[in-house]
Every structure is written in structure tokens, then in C-alpha cells.
Design a protein around this ligand. Structure first.
Ligand code: IPD
Length: 267
């Protein structure tokens, strides 16, 4: 099965999952737990949607492995040539909890350590961002090419914050230095949607320290396929220390600014 066929499956499954998330949001949210810290929440819907996604993928692709946010992703590697699905059932859980509409289902397919297909489905608007490796990035069928901004001081930069206090303190200090040097900063609450926003030019660029695989997998491919550079700082690969997604003209200046602030260091 090629990357476009895997993408088709991901799109179907993400659409069904987003419907469930939205439906459950209309019911009272009673079952709220916490994960890494008291601010890192999980709802019954996160778990129900992830279970639905795992079952839907298993029905279509028995034998594949799934790494999901809520169930700890027991199987983390697929056999050579096998597919590993990387799933964030609700990215933007805090928004979800508060009835803010910016949350999404994110599903990516990885083969031999490389993300080859990804979909991010905005659960309330239904907007769907997709990419298959080598085939470009799209929102609802419209090809994406990222922002045309060339000047950092005139750029709108998205970012996000982790859940641990020490990390947040560092991220706040970095943001305090970035803010006077750019048009403005947005912290919208879903890294997967933020990466899609950058792919589309709704943000000029995005950075965040501390993202998990499920936050990055689909949105990172979509941003790359839209022509953005998606890296860590100073030539390192994107990963938990830093994800910087920017069009080529902004990538160097933002990399330099963040490197100077040691944005990828610390807790
Ligand atoms: C979070 C969101 C948020 C980002 C955090 C993520 P979750 O994911 O993507 O925007 O800043 O780092 O953990 O907890 O809503 O799935």
C-alpha cells in the first residue's frame, strides 16, 4: 500500500474520530483526569476517540502498530516495511475542556522511521489538512505553500507551552524576548493545528520546545510538504528539544534568535 492509500485511510478514520470528539463535547464533561502535571488534562473523550481510532485502523490494517497519546503507545516500533500509526486523538485538550473550538484529531503513518502520510482534522470546522510524502500539502484540496513573509519583525509567530512549571518558566522567558522582535505571538493551544496554520500562512512560522511525537507527526509532514523547513535549532533535527517550522526566508533569522536565547536548552 503506498502513501496515498495510507493517507486515504487516515482521512476516513480522522473524520469519524472528529465526529465523536465533537459529539462528546456536546455532552457534559464529567470525567477529567490529569497526566504529567495537574495542568496536563485528559478527558473521557480523549480515551474514547483514541480507542475508536485504534479499532478503525486495526479493522482496515490488521497487523500495523499504533502509537497513541492516551494509551502510552505500547507498540512503538513496526516491523521493517510495516506501518506505525501515530495518533493524537484530541490535540488541544485544554481548549476542548473549556469549550474553545481549536482542537483536532491528528493521524500520521510512519514506514521505516519516516512519516509518509498525515492528516489533521479540525474537529469543529471540519477543515482537513493532508500530506503524503512527495505529493504536497493541502487543506480541503487546496495546495498549500506557506507564508511569503520575509521579515521576522513583520511576522506572526505561533508557539506553545508545556505542562511542567520549570519548562514553562523557560518558555515564558524565551517568549518575552521573541515578542518585541516580531509582529506578534499566538498561543492557540493545538500544536498540530498550529503546524497546519504555518503550512497555510495563517501563521508565518511556529516553534515549540517539548512536543511529543503525536503532536508533531502529521502536522510536521504537512508543513514540510508545504515547503517549510521543519527542524530543531542550529541544524539539528526537529524533536522534543525544539520544533521550528518556517518558510526558508524566516527560518534562518528565527533559528538565530532562538539559538541565542538557548530556547532548546533547560528542562
Ligand atoms: C498540547 C497542545 C499544545 C502544546 C502542548 C501539547 P494536548 O497537546 O498541542 O498546543 O503547546 O505542548 O502538549 O495535550 O492538547 O494533546
Amino acid at each position: 500500500m503506498n502513501e496515498l492509500e495510507l493517507l486515504d485511510i487516515a482521512v476516513q478514520v480522522a473524520g469519524e474520530a472528529a465526529d465523536t470528539a465533537r459529539r462528546m463535547r456536546n455532552e457534559a464533561i464529567t470525567d477529567v483526569g490529569t497526566k504529567s502535571t495537574a495542568t496536563d488534562v485528559v478527558t473521557a473523550a480523549d480515551r474514547a476517540v483514541e480507542q475508536q481510532v485504534i479499532a478503525a485502523l486495526a479493522a482496515r490494517r490488521p497487523g500495523d502498530t499504533v502509537l497513541g497519546e492516551e494509551f502510552g503507545g505500547a507498540p512503538v516500533s513496526a516491523a521493517a516495511g510495516g506501518v506505525r500509526w501515530i495518533v493524537d486523538p484530541i490535540d488541544g485538550t485544554v481548549n476542548y475542556l473549556y469549550g474553545l473550538e481549536y482542537y483536532a484529531v491528528s493521524i500520521a503513518a510512519e514506514v521505516d522511521g519516516e512519516i509518509v502520510a498525515g492528516v489533521v482534522r479540525h474537529a469543529t470546522t471540519g477543515e482537513t489538512w493532508t500530506a503524503a510524502k512527495g505529493h504536497g500539502a493541502f487543506r480541503d484540496g487546496v495546495r498549500l505553500t506557506g507564508s511569503r513573509a520575509v521579515e521576522l519583525p513583520l511576522s506572526l509567530i505561533g508557539t506553545g507551552f508545556g505542562y511542567a512549571r520549570e519548562r514553562r518558566a523557560h518558555q515564558a522567558a524565551v517568549a518575552a524576548h521573541v515578542l518585541p522582535r516580531v509582529r506578534d505571538i499566538r498561543r492557540m493551544g493545538s500544536a498540530a493545528l498550529d503546524l497546519c496554520a504555518a503550512a497555510e500562512g495563517r501563521l508565518d512560522a511556529f516553534y515549540e520546545k517539548g512536543l511529543a511525537e503525536w503532536d508533531l507527526a502529521a502536522g510536521g509532514l504537512i508543513a514540510r510538504e508545504a515547503g517549510l523547513l521543519v527542524t530543531g535549532l542550529s541544524g539539528r533535527p526537529a524533536g522534543p528539544d525544539m520544533v521550528l517550522a518556517a518558510p526558508p526566508a524566516l527560518h534562518g533569522p528565527l533559528d538565530e534568535l532562538l539559538t541565542g536565547l538557548d530556547a532548546d536548552a533547560g528542562p
